[in-house]
Write a protein that binds this ligand. Sequence first.
Ligand code: AMP
Length: 215
Amino acid sequence: MNIVLLGYPGSGKGTQAKALSEKFSLFHISTGDIFREAIAANAPLGLEVADYLAAGRLVPDKLVLEIIKDRISTETRGLLFDGFPRTVDQAQGLDDYFTARNQAVDAALFLDVDEEEVVQRLGSRRTCPKCRKIYNLLSSPPLKEGLCDGCGGKLVLREDDKPEVIHRRLGVYKDQTEPLIAYYKGIGTFHSVKGGRAPEEVAAEISAILGNRIA
Ligand code: AMP
């Protein structure tokens, strides 16, 4: 079972991906996390992608596809993609890769959240750079201000969640990522889920959609 999560930045993909990968024993692959970790580690990949992330622009498709293929080539579990694909070319690249292996994207789940809500969520999002847990200062704050409940790490506002970058990212989403909705509708694997609710409610609906597909 291979699943793609679609939606605006801040629509809850990361939160849902964490919960679903645990529940269904899927391999969670977040291209954004891979890039941020490479940047934090000063790895060659980090140097290559840092400017794109800082500006809220997409990393080139060719590089993204190389990284994805490298990460999934030896994985035997089902895959849960979070933040990938982000362009139709990436989606086609993934389909070609799967087709050659007799696999497919089994479900593309779109987390449907209004743009205004996404702007508000991104501004109040805080993340733990150590264990990647995601908080929202308004709806799901940490127990101790500024510290991760899970590992005690110091919570940060992502550079690209700052107001000036948020608007660019939303524009990039509309231009380059939104066409994926039509792409997956065309293939017949598309499901839309209302995202602007408590994470547990969203997860329950997604689980119901996936439940009869993962036996
Ligand atoms: P995310 O954490 O998914 O919001 O991603 C953060 C940033 O990483 C994006 O704004 C892009 O600069 C880059 N990025 C993540 N995933 C991709 C992707 N699939 N294609 C291109 N760039 C990406």
